[in-house]
Design a binder for this molecule. Structure first.
Ligand code: NAD
Length: 228
């Protein structure tokens, strides 16, 4: 296998204690997407948005990578070919498991972004409406997270990898958020094999050639063993 492109979603971090989008009672369930994950929501109530991401940043820092993150890091280091990891997750559990060059298409909790001048810097554990941009000194610091209505990061690079992929795998993602949900169709068109590893069938399950259902900590290590 020369090139494997892997897309991960919130489901891979669920067993590390980070709630998925749809978890009942989880952080996401307590807030409306329009309030905490859109530029309009941030403009309306920056305190609420900072409070939400501060809580997620603390939670992510306390979480530990699980067997699924570790298996993917093993695949990256032991594979003969290239293994490209694209994540929709804003936590850093792939990196802490040892993965290299992770593409964070929806940004990262560890990053801060100036809404005025686009400067980027490492986010402190807690941000607030008084956080100042170190470059232009504007009071317009925001989490470096891609919100709904914004363009995901590194899309040209991702499509370049999808065009070259021999195998595309989607792990722990519900297939509801585009453009990531469309990668399986793109990869298929470009001639790659496809596999979904998820707790339950995603919205795009019918587009995958192969599936493996169960907890990520069971299915991902088993899949990685089968490849190595
Ligand atoms: P999602 O919540 O929509 O879907 C999660 C998927 O994971 C579901 O299909 C579910 O069946 C599956 N799942 C749940 N537990 C699992 C387990 N133990 N093993 C395997 N699969 C499991 O998440 P999404 O598709 O990533 O998209 C939602 C958006 O929310 C993304 O943009 C993402 O950036 C954001 N998000 C990120 C995090 C994080 O960084 N940890 C957490 C929540 C949401």
């Amino acid at each position: 296998m020369k090139k494997i492109v892997i897309l991960t979603g919130a489901g891979i971090s669920a067993e590390s204690g980070l709630g998925t989008f749809r978890d009942e009672g989880g952080l996401w369930a307590q807030h409306r997407i329009e309030d905490v994950a859109t530029p309009e929501g941030f403009a309306r109530n920056p305190d609420l948005v900072h409070h939400f991401y501060n809580a997620r940043r603390v939670q992510a820092q306390q979480a530990r990578p699980n067997a699924a993150h570790e298996a993917l890091a093993r695949l990256q280091s032991a594979s003969d070919g290239e293994v490209i990891l694209v994540t929709q997750n804003v936590d850093d559990l792939h990196e802490r498991a040892g993965s290299q060059n992770v593409i964070h298409m929806h940004g990262a909790l560890s990053g801060a972004l100036c809404a005025s001048c686009d400067a980027r810097w490492r986010a402190p554990l807690k941000m607030n409406r008084d956080s100042i941009c170190p470059k232009c000194a504007a009071h317009s610091a925001r989490p470096d997270i891609v919100w709904f209505g914004e363009m995901p990061y590194q899309m040209d690079e991702i499509y370049h990898h999808l065009r070259e992929a021999d195998l595309f795998a989607a792990i722990g993602t519900s297939g509801n958020v585009y453009p990531a949900a469309g990668f399986v169709q793109d990869a298929t068109q470009f001639g790659a094999g496809t596999i979904e590893l998820n707790l339950e069938p995603s919205a795009t399950v019918s587009a995958f050639a192969q599936t493996s259902f169960g907890k990520a900590t069971d299915t991902v290590p088993a899949w990685v063993e089968s490849l190595l």
